[in-house]
Design a protein. Structure first.
Length: 348
């Protein structure tokens, strides 16, 4: 006979696989309390009638409160490989858990190409809470919105409980620094406007350049697609900004990867960085900005901070069911290195 699985019990009881797992496979006391005593008894009765037997891992989980946490990336493998932030977040999450004595798991799931499936970390009952990074789609997004009973915190995406980077203070500092060092014409290579973050960043840049008396006309603006042909996009961005009658003397570029390409293209054009054109990157990490010659001046993510805040928020949510600061902003930081120079007093 076919072995009865958790999904069979869930369908017979008219509940989600997560709810069935909480009742049958050792969910925490607080998680079981949310199901209700009568409902728990009904699920156990149906499981017994069907002949369901919990796995060895589930039997072990019954003996303890489930304090393990997971980090789940909703993204495809190629984008995870190409995004330095995913690597840094993974490292800092694991380090934070180790320092706090917390057992942890990390997984990724491509919900865009598998919209009708759910990742195991959402349903197998092996973690008591989750950090969610990336954009869930399809059944995963619906499950998190409507059915998920496990506490979760979103990283870099809005939600009921979220930890996000705040670019505003560091971007303002970077633009003030450019203005103070004699830069007057700002080119801007941004991310696509369909993402709220890039619309927010464009608004900050527009208001600050106006306040500081810097020029940043429409011909100095370009939107780069993060997942298209990178080399073509970099060339098009550089041509858009530099083939003007009077090109910019400083450029703000999204990501250290694109910033490095921009510096190389400027040098091929015969322009010196930073003597002729200053370059400032945003959406960078410190180690990525440092692994280049010249070292990049950048507005940088601090994944050590965001991982620590996210883990502590999730722990608070798991223990008490409430959070004092459910939506937390972590400031980014501005670091001056080799791609900006003081232009005051220099011949233009």
């Amino acid at each position: 006979m076919k072995r009865v699985c958790l999904k069979d019990v869930a369908e017979a009881a008219g509940v989600s696989a997560v709810t069935a797992s909480i009742v049958l496979n050792g969910g925490s006391t607080r998680s079981r309390a949310r199901v209700g005593a009568a409902r728990q008894e009904e699920i156990r009765r149906i499981a017994a009638e069907l002949g369901y037997r919990a796995s060895a891992a589930a039997r072990i989980l019954k003996c303890k409160e489930l304090n393990d946490i997971g980090l789940l990336f909703f993204e495809n493998a190629q984008n995870i490989r190409e995004h330095v932030g995913f690597t840094d977040l993974n490292i800092q999450f694991t380090r934070t858990c180790r320092e706090l004595g917390i057992r942890c798991q990390v997984d990724w799931f491509d919900s865009l190409h598998h919209p009708d499936e759910l990742p195991g970390l959402l349903t197998d009952g092996l973690v008591g809470g989750l950090l969610i990074a990336g954009n869930p789609n399809g059944e995963s997004e619906r499950f998190l919105r409507e059915q998920c009973r496990m506490p979760f915190v979103r990283i870099e995406e809005p939600g009921e409980y979220s930890v996000m980077f705040d670019p505003a203070p560091a971007l303002r500092e970077a633009l003030e620094y450019l203005a103070a060092t004699g830069h007057r014409r700002l080119g801007f290579v941004n991310g696509p406007a369909r993402f709220q973050r890039y619309r927010h960043i464009r608004g900050i840049v527009a208001s600050e350049t106006a306040r500081l008396g810097m020029e940043s006309p429409q011909e100095f603006y370009y939107e780069a697609e993060p997942y298209e042909d990178f080399s073509v996009d970099a060339v098009l961005a550089e041509r858009r900004l530099m083939d003007c009658g009077e090109p910019p003397d400083a450029v703000l570029v999204s990501s250290a990867v694109l910033g490095k390409a921009f510096v190389s293209l400027l040098q091929q054009r015969g322009l010196r960085v930073p003597l002729d054109v200053g370059v400032v990157c945003f959406e960078a990490t410190d180690w990525d900005a440092l692994k280049f010659v010249p070292r990049l001046t950048a507005v940088e993510y601090d994944y050590t901070e965001i991982a620590a805040h996210a883990v502590r928020m999730l722990q608070e949510l798991m223990k008490s069911g409430t959070v004092r600061e459910p939506r937390l902003l972590v400031p980014e930081r501005f670091t001056v290195r080799d791609t900006v120079i003081d232009r005051r007093g220099r011949k233009q």
